[in-house]
Design a protein around this ligand. Structure first.
Ligand SMILES: CC(=O)CC(=O)O
Length: 261
């Protein structure tokens, strides 16, 4: 009876979720600087901005030991919590339900469905995120020689929370989460790139003004992931950011009940 897991199944799930591996990763990303005021507005009050107002746009694809194969995109914001630097995940897109549910339910990642593609033609690489027919991220990069393998520890901040069903606030306190990704990167190539951010009322990436853009970074990588609770957050402060993690409900009207006199 799969709707009530047995003790053996629970043990197997626990083993899987405490040893999460994302493997065969190919990731193309571009860092850019934006206005400090934008960074302050999109970060939760509990996080401080990083050393510079740096955002990262990324398109990638992965295999895994827990959610199958998937393609992903994200925008990250440089941040810190009491001196521990990391990237706050502003928005993230998966191409299927289980990577989406994994991230939302377990780590608090602001995931939605979206279509990510990453293609290489010799040294030229293209990464594109599209959602509902709108192109939200396009990276075109000319990559240099491989700089060789390295170990990298990535750190992300996310938030778990419950929205009240009538949209009036949050139920209880949100929780700040910190995920760590211990990466073994086998290929690292960098090079000049163009980054274009599109947007809609649901996914306003175009509001993130690119003031200074850095070279693209392409990696082939695998990583072990883990996540821990940092602490409780202020519900009223986080509420507007929580609503910004979903599509804009009022713009999703497709029909209304007939009005009764
Ligand atoms: C590779 C990933 O996208 C992992 C995650 O943060 O869910």
């Amino acid at each position: 009876m799969g709707y009530r897991r047995t003790a053996e199944e629970i043990a197997a799930i626990r083993t899987t979720l405490s040893g999460v591996e994302f493997v065969g990763g190919e990731s193309l990303s571009v860092d850019f600087l934006t206005h400090p005021g934008t960074v302050r507005a999109i970060l939760p009050a509990e996080l401080e901005p990083g050393d510079e107002p740096r955002l990262t746009a990324q398109v990638s694809r992965w295999r895994s030991n827990c959610v199958g194969d998937f393609a992903a995109s994200a925008v990250y914001v440089s941040a810190q919590d009491e001196g521990v630097t990391g990237d706050y995940v502003l928005t993230m897109f998966m191409n299927s339900d289980m990577p989406l549910l994994f991230g939302r339910d377990l780590y608090g990642e602001p995931k939605k469905l979206g279509s990510s593609t990453i293609h290489r033609n010799d040294g030229h690489m293209t990464g594109v995120l599209a959602r509902h027919g709108h192109e939200l991220i396009r990276i075109e990069a000319d990559l240099g020689e491989d700089r060789g393998p390295r170990e990298v520890l990535g750190r992300n901040y996310n938030v778990k929370y419950d929205l009240a069903p009538d949209g009036s606030g949050l139920i209880g306190s949100p929780t700040l989460m910190r995920a760590e990704f211990a990466q073994h990167t086998t290929v690292l190539r960098t090079g000049p790139a163009s980054l274009t951010l599109g947007g809609t009322v649901h996914d306003p990436l175009h509001e993130l003004e690119i003031l200074e853009q850095r070279d693209a970074v392409y990696v082939e990588t695998g990583m072990r992931a883990s996540c821990e609770v940092v602490g409780a957050m202020d519900a009223a402060e986080f509420f507007p950011l929580a609503l910004g993690r979903s599509d804009y409900w009022p713009a999703l009207v497709s029909a209304r009940l007939p009005t009764h006199s």
